[in-house]
Design a protein around this ligand. Structure first.
Ligand SMILES: [Zn+2]
Length: 475
């Protein structure tokens, strides 16, 4: 039986349309899913939409829309990224679906009895995070992630006894049984655990939840906390609640891909919840950083939200995938800028890869040579290693090193001046190199890779439409 690989993205709140930051996460996840399929593993790639957040309720109220209408509309926009970004997810779960509702309630009931208890509580709640914050989390009285003052909430809720899992979590993460990449995020999580874990509230009153979300089993006055609910998607989508085949085959997750703002929920709450319910914990969490736009944090109030549909319409799917994977470093924030996009597009895609392909195709046609059929291509071991470490940018550099080298070889050896037999040897090598490049591009730029592989399949090779036409510099 082939090895299995279960990979997930986070499920975003659907209070608005997707922005470029989520496009980064889902393209990274898709690249890994494609890589593992090429390694002949059995891959399951899950994404979805978190519809039960209070943020969605708030956004719908502002727009004077029924909440259901808003979340349906926005969830559809996330799901349709599949076409725009050429994604290969196997399932898209929405947390309002019946399978999820049942699964979350089943998870609640599966947790150890002594881990869930009711108490009166007063705390500072950040609606942006959908979480209670402590004084030590705040900077100048505000949530550092959302720059808003949390509201004081007082009510009787159910709590999860996280404090009981402190030593276990510390061991789980320090030993890499649950591996957290990159290391700096692992260290942040470890120091957070060492600072002392407090029990956390896992429900809210029906009134504060505006009656939106999943009711606590056996207590219809309480709604399950949105993070307890959302995290469960990783197992409810596999039909855990029905002891489903997908769950048996794919759990535990091999990689959860998430953004740095939600690491605490994934690295601390989630494994503790699973442990309490007697389930296995995920193997690895990859935590990416954020995309800024023209040097600034993405924010609705700044009006700098970049719509992935618009950039794809303007530049094409593969150029957008390329920019996100190559220019946004996996472990640090990176910038999306119009100027940089055009620079990278022209240097790497139009003049680099595109030019190489069209020059060689023209020479092949002129030479009237017949080329041997291509053998099956496996991913370069260096590219595989770099992807296993989530170093998407370095993996692309490895591939582009070949592009640059081959373009240089053409310039230096001037094949257009060669005698027929020299030209034949030259082109045989070039065609092999181009096939290798295209084979390695499959996880990153799938459409471009397929086009090149088809064009260079042999025996005859001839020019096709330009891969990356030059773009006008708008300004
Ligand atoms: Zn916040």
């Amino acid at each position: 039986m082939s090895k299995k690989f279960y990979i997930t993205s986070a499920i975003p709140f659907v209070n608005a349309s997707p922005h470029i930051g989520f496009a980064l996460e889902i393209v990274q996840t898709d690249t890994l899913a494609r890589q593992h399929r090429l390694l002949n593993e059995e891959v399951y790639f899950l994404t979805g939409a978190d519809e039960n957040s209070l943020k969605n309720v708030q956004a719908a109220n502002l727009l004077n829309l029924p909440v259901k209408e808003l979340v349906d509309k926005n969830a559809a926009k996330f799901k349709e990224l599949k076409g725009a970004l050429n994604l290969t997810f196997d399932d898209f779960i929405k947390t309002s679906e019946e399978r999820h509702v049942q699964g979350v309630q089943a998870l609640w009931k599966a947790c150890k009895k002594e881990d869930i208890y009711k108490k009166k509580y007063q705390g500072l709640y950040c609606m942006g995070c959908e979480a209670f914050l402590t004084e030590k989390d705040l900077v100048d009285g505000k949530c550092p992630e959302h720059l808003i003052e949390p509201e004081v909430v007082e009510e009787e809720n159910y709590f999860f006894r996280l404090s009981g899992y402190q030593d276990w979590l510390l061991e789980l993460i320090s030993s890499d049984k649950l591996k957290i990449t990159p290391n700096k995020r692992k260290n942040e999580v470890i120091s957070f655990i060492k600072s002392g874990l407090e029990d956390f509230s896992i429900s809210r009153s029906k009134e504060r939840a505006r009656n939106w979300g999943i009711p606590v089993p056996g207590d219809s006055d309480q709604i399950i906390y949105v993070w307890f609910d959302a995290l469960a998607n990783y197992i409810t989508a596999l039909d855990w609640q029905k002891n489903g085949e997908l769950f048996k085959k794919f759990w535990p997750a091999d990689v959860h891909v998430i953004g740095k703002g939600i690491s605490r929920f994934h690295a601390i709450y989630w494994p503790a919840m699973l442990k309490s319910a007697g389930l296995e914990t995920p193997k690895e969490i990859f935590i990416h950083s954020y995309v800024t736009v023209e040097g600034q944090k993405i924010s609705k109030s700044l009006g700098n939200v970049v719509d992935p549909y618009e950039v794809v319409k303007k530049y094409g799917t593969d150029p957008v995938r390329y920019y996100l994977l190559k220019e946004i470093p996996p472990f640090n924030d990176g910038d999306f800028s119009q100027k940089r996009f055009l620079e990278v597009y022209h240097a790497d895609l139009a003049n680099g890869l595109g030019n190489l392909v069209s020059r060689i195709a023209r020479l092949c046609e002129k030479s009237e040579l017949k080329f041997p059929e291509q053998k099956s291509i496996t991913l370069d071991s260096k590219v595989n290693t770099q992807l296993a470490d989530f170093r998407f940018n370095e993996a692309l550099e490895t591939i582009w090193h070949k592009v640059t080298k081959e373009n240089k070889r053409i310039n230096e050896e001037k094949p257009w001046q060669m005698e027929k037999s020299d030209l034949q040897n030259f082109l045989l090598q070039s065609v092999e190199t181009i096939r290798e490049i295209a084979g390695n591009l499959r996880p990153f730029l799938p459409e471009t890779a397929e086009k090149i592989l088809k064009q260079f399949k042999g025996p005859e090779i001839k020019p096709e439409a330009v891969l990356f036409p030059r773009l006008e510099n708008e300004k």
